[in-house]
Structures are given as structure tokens and as C-alpha cells.
Ligand binder design. Sequence first.
Ligand SMILES: [Zn+2]
Length: 154
Amino acid sequence: MSEPTLAEAPGRPGDRGTMDATTGIPPAVTEETETFWAAAREGRLVVEGCSSCGAESFPPRGICRSCRGRAMIPVEIAGRGVIYSCTVNYQRWLPDLEVPYAIVLVEFPGHPGVRVAGRLRGCPPEAAAIGMAVEVGFEPGPGGFAIPSFVAAG
Ligand SMILES: [Zn+2]
């Protein structure tokens, strides 16, 4: 299997964090989510936008949560996010899983309806706090997928 080429997190060149996130269950790619995973492999965060009403949503489901329209188009999100919620996982769900680590749920200014979950890396888990500014990056995940994660913006 070839190593996926991943973009580094903005502002933190060379920093992939101290943890290995490849332990876990690979995502099940569907018709609705394949655009997201393809963009992730290029280091880009892409969500769904409704071509009828403009509402954005994540995760992609192929249907607008606002108007039930099905004409969804990819919308790329750039720039900082803000932690909406966070938790620290201490449970070793799998034998090779490194714990503890923080999981954060992140909102993006100008993109209501979109919240993306991922690990917080580059700082101790207990540093995660609601309202903290973060930048999205991608790191190698299970099955060779690039999965979103976050680093403190600064
Ligand atoms: Zn809509």
C-alpha cells in the first residue's frame, strides 16, 4: 500500500502531532461521502452546500437538512474554526490506541450548519477548551484515509 500524500496543517509545518491516528476502523465510503474523502486526501476540507437554498451541512448525506433538496454541491472551507465542544478520551478502545487524546467538535465562522469532529493535536489533551481557535489539517488515519484533525491557531 502506498503512503498517502497529505498536506501539513497550516502554520505547523512538519508537525503531525505526537500520536499515531492510524489505529481504528476505516470509514465506510459512500456515494455521499466520497467527495469529502477525496478532498481530504488533498488536504482540503469540503462540506455539502445546497444549490437550492444555500444551506451547508456536514457530514454529507446527499440531502439538504434545511429544504430537503437533493442538488448538493461541494463547498470548500478555508480558515480557522472555533471549538464548539470537546471531550478527552481515556478509554483504550483498541489494543494499539494511544490515550488520552482530545476530540473536538469545531464550527467555522460563515459556515452555519457545519460542525466537524476530529482530534486536537500538537498540545496536551487537557488544553482543549470551548471557544479556542483552531486550524484544520489532515493526518493519516485507518485504512490509508486522510482524516481531519485540528491544531491550536496562533
Ligand atoms: Zn437547501
